[in-house]
Ligand binder design. Structure first.
Ligand SMILES: CC(C)(COP(=O)(O)OP(=O)(O)OC[C@H]1O[C@@H](n2cnc3c(N)ncnc32)[C@H](O)[C@@H]1OP(=O)(O)O)[C@@H](O)C(=O)NCCC(=O)NCCS
Length: 164
């Protein structure tokens, strides 16, 4: 793993610690991120507070992590540090994901989210639509169970819907 990659994982983890509320138990630890990136089919994007790809010596305000599958790209994590929210950084990262995933041959994006996460407003505004539910799929740190919703977004051809 090169120095740039290690620096980038530091940046991802710094955002991870601020963006994900421990009550939901959704944050990944460093080992999980390293293992995902070591597989070779996972990709990340780091965004600066100004909404640009992060520079070498700059802290990130947000990140996305995704996994490439056959004609599909699954968004695994998307996080923005609270102080930089509602400045379109999440939306900009979805735009970047769409471009990158298209270049990797994806025809649709997928994601799974806990029911009730306000991130749904961002996703539906982008063009994601629900395709399935998994009852009681997530177990919270307090033992409570929450349903998961799977969303898809078509990103090529006539079905492209993200026109907002
Ligand atoms: C979800 C998240 C990534 C959104 O990032 P963000 O940079 O604030 O999102 P944007 O500014 O790009 O939002 C674009 C639009 O999406 C909608 N939106 C985003 N967050 C919203 C929220 N909390 N409530 C309602 N609508 C929301 C709005 O329409 C918003 O436009 P507006 O600000 O002009 O109203 C961020 O809130 C976050 O890190 N949450 C915690 C981690 C998480 O749950 N991630 C998703 C599951 S992995």
């Amino acid at each position: 793993m090169g120095t740039r990659m290690i620096d980038d994982i530091d940046r991802i983890m710094a955002v991870m610690q601020t963006a994900f509320d421990p009550a939901w138990g959704e944050a990944w630890n460093r080992r999980q991120v390293e293992d995902a990136l070591a597989l070779g089919n996972c990709h990340y994007f780091l965004i600066s507070p100004q909404g640009l790809p992060v520079g070498e010596d700059e802290d990130a305000a947000g990140f996305s992590l995704s996994r490439t599958g056959y004609e599909e790209e699954e968004l695994l994590l998307l996080g923005v540090t609270p102080e930089y929210r509602r400045k379109k950084l999440g939306r900009t990262m979805l735009d970047a994901l769409q471009l990158a995933a298209t270049s990797r041959g994806a025809k649709r994006l997928l994601l799974e989210m806990r029911k009730g996460n306000p991130a749904e407003f961002l996703y539906s505004g982008f063009g994601f639509y629900p395709i399935g539910e998994r009852k009681d799929y997530y177990r919270l740190p307090n033992g409570e169970r929450i349903d998961a919703i799977t969303f898809a977004c078509d990103i090529c051809g006539e079905n492209t819907v993200n026109l907002t």
